[in-house]
Design a protein around this ligand. Structure first.
Ligand code: HEC
Ligand code: HEC
Ligand code: HEC
Ligand code: HEC
Length: 409
């Protein structure tokens, strides 16, 4: 089975099984926005009818765009902004199909958006022909054998042909990297590096050549567990992800790019620099089980899902430009068609604002047509800024950490 098919199978299993409550709390700190199971939201994707019009990698409806290929690989509030932007277009098709427009509780919204983001983490399936070439070119074949062919400096790699997910290979590569590097140095063989889909291609080759009929899959990583591991495995001693953590190495929230495999690839590529730093600090190179590797890279992948704190001053400009004030008041001043946005009880957190905007979008659209207000369209970061502004006006009430930080800027 290819990665994509595996993914879809997993997604649908999750989608149709009655499951636990959504993984999000309405209170949103960085940790709480990390989903425990990114596939959780796939149930909502089906349940709220998105799948009727949207496909993921070709599976699903065709009225709206397909969300495969990392199309929605943006932060939570940016994805919410994109959904909002297209709301009138969607509403139109929903009406034609005589379907009900889905509504969301804040936690459901977060869960769904994290699923849309997660879809972007999956790599295209590996290609065995490319993998065979890489296996020679990167020197693996000189030291390792497959189906009796190749070197015997390192262990036979046939046993890896059981694995369907490349994450198994990345964990082993990480764990054996230091020993391999020593031997490469001794034999004057350059240390290979991995770019975009190399690891998946290599695995595809190993599976073809190794000929196992077993297929071992791994569950999607758990970003929340990954966050814990990041401290436990002492990654945080050198790396920060926000203002916490070490300064000796890059802030991974800023530097990490691309899919899960791409992240595992840079970890391998940068490993010699990490060993040097670890030796200096007396840190033993941490060994990682497959699940731990999977959780860690999922965590790193999800760092960019969590929005950078919005800027309330910029948010005020957004509020004015989008003309929210034509209908809404803030602390008493402004229009009266809609509610006073600084006073509505259930607009205490970013997720509540996003969910309520979405849930009231069709009435707002109607009113905007009547009032000749153009449908507001949000560009990257604008939703976060707007929300930071709205929440900054609620003095004395609970505010999420992100909004607090930005209100002081
Ligand atoms: C009845 C069909 C229909 C349903 C149901 C539907 N959508 Fe859409 N969606 C569309 C159409 C059509 C567009 C394109 C609209 C446009 O371009 O203005 C769209 C666009 C989008 C976009 C913007 C994509 C982009 O970047 O261009 C997002 C995000 C989105 N939908 C998410 C969802 C989610 C999440 C659900 C489920 C809650 C959902 N849609 C349900 C038809 C639908
Ligand atoms: C210079 C020789 C050399 C090269 C080149 C090399 N390896 Fe290794 N590899 C080894 C040795 C030796 C070990 C065992 C290390 C240990 O004992 O921890 C090993 C271990 C491994 C393991 C873990 C094996 C196990 O038993 O679980 C994997 C997987 C692996 N290598 C994959 C690769 C791949 C893929 C490449 C090419 C990108 C490669 N190696 C290139 C020498 C090499
Ligand atoms: C002793 C300090 C140290 C520790 C501990 C450490 N790293 Fe690193 N890490 C580095 C250095 C140094 C680099 C290379 C930075 C550079 O030169 O770009 C790096 C690079 C990386 C990169 C690539 C960043 C990029 O975009 O280039 C990732 C991903 C990474 N580390 C993840 C981890 C993880 C996960 C752990 C814990 C298992 C960890 N690191 C532990 C020092 C460390
Ligand atoms: C043309 C008038 C109009 C404009 C412009 C407008 N709204 Fe609204 N808004 C309304 C109305 C009317 C409602 C109540 C809708 C309903 O009852 O379903 C509403 C509801 C809301 C709600 C839900 C409030 C609640 O009671 O839970 C939020 C949040 C909201 N609007 C935010 C915004 C933001 C942010 C903007 C600017 C981007 C905006 N609105 C622009 C008319 C407007």
């Amino acid at each position: 089975m290819t990665t994509k098919l595996l993914f879809i199978a997993l997604a649908l299993v999750v989608a149709f099984s009655p499951g636990p409550e959504p993984a999000f709390a309405a209170d949103e700190t960085l940790s709480l926005l990390l989903p425990a199971n990114p596939l959780e939201g796939s149930r909502l994707f089906t349940g709220k009818g998105c799948l009727r019009c949207h496909a993921i990698y070709g599976v699903g409806g065709v009225a709206g765009p397909d969300f495969g290929q990392g199309m929605l690989k943006r932060s939570l509030l940016d994805i919410a902004g994109v959904m909002w932007n297209h709301s009138p277009g969607m509403a139109h098709v929903i009406q034609e199909q005589r379907a009900a427009r889905p509504e969301f509780k804040p936690a459901e919204m977060a869960s769904l958006l994290s699923f849309l983001y997660y879809v972007g983490s999956l790599d295209p399936p590996g290609d065995a022909t490319t993998g065979a070439r890489l296996f020679r070119e990167k020197g693996c074949q000189g030291c390792h054998s497959l189906a009796g062919k190749g070197g015997d400096v390192g262990p036979k790699l046939d046993k890896y042909s059981r694995y369907a997910s490349p994450i198994y290979l990345t964990a082993s590569l990480w764990n054996h990297a230091k020993a391999m590097a020593g031997i490469m140095e001794a034999l004057e063989i350059p240390r290979p590096t991995f770019e975009r889909n190399d690891i998946a291609d290599l695995l595809a080759h190993i599976r073809t050549a190794g000929g196992s009929i077993e297929r071992l899959y791994v569950q999607p990583g758990n970003p929340r567990r990954g966050e814990k591991l990041f401290s436990e495995k002492r990654c945080a001693q050198c790396h920060s992800v926000d203002d916490r953590g070490g300064r000796a190495a890059p802030n991974l929230r800023m530097s990490v790019k691309g899919s899960l495999l791409r992240i595992a690839g840079v970890m391998w590529n940068q490993a010699p620099k990490m060993w040097k730093g670890m030796a200096e600090r007396g840190i033993k190179v941490p060994s990682l089980t497959t699940e731990e590797m999977s959780d860690l890279v999922s965590y790193l992948y999800f760092l960019q899902f969590v929005d950078a704190p919005g800027n309330a001053a910029r948010g005020q400009v957004v509020y004015r430009e989008k003309r929210c004030g034509a209908c809404h008041a803030l602390q008493g001043t402004g229009g009266a068609l809609g509610a006073d946005l600084a006073k509505v009880e259930k607009l205490q957190t970013a997720l509540e604002v996003v969910a309520e905007m979405w849930n009231h979008a069709s009435t707002m659209e109607q009113k905007m047509l009547e009032q000749s207000v153009e449908w507001p369209v949000f560009k990257g970061g604008e939703m976060a800024d707007l929300i930071a502004y709205l929440l900054s006006l609620r003095k004395g009430s609970a505010q999420p950490a992100a909004a607090k930080g930005s209100a002081q800027k």
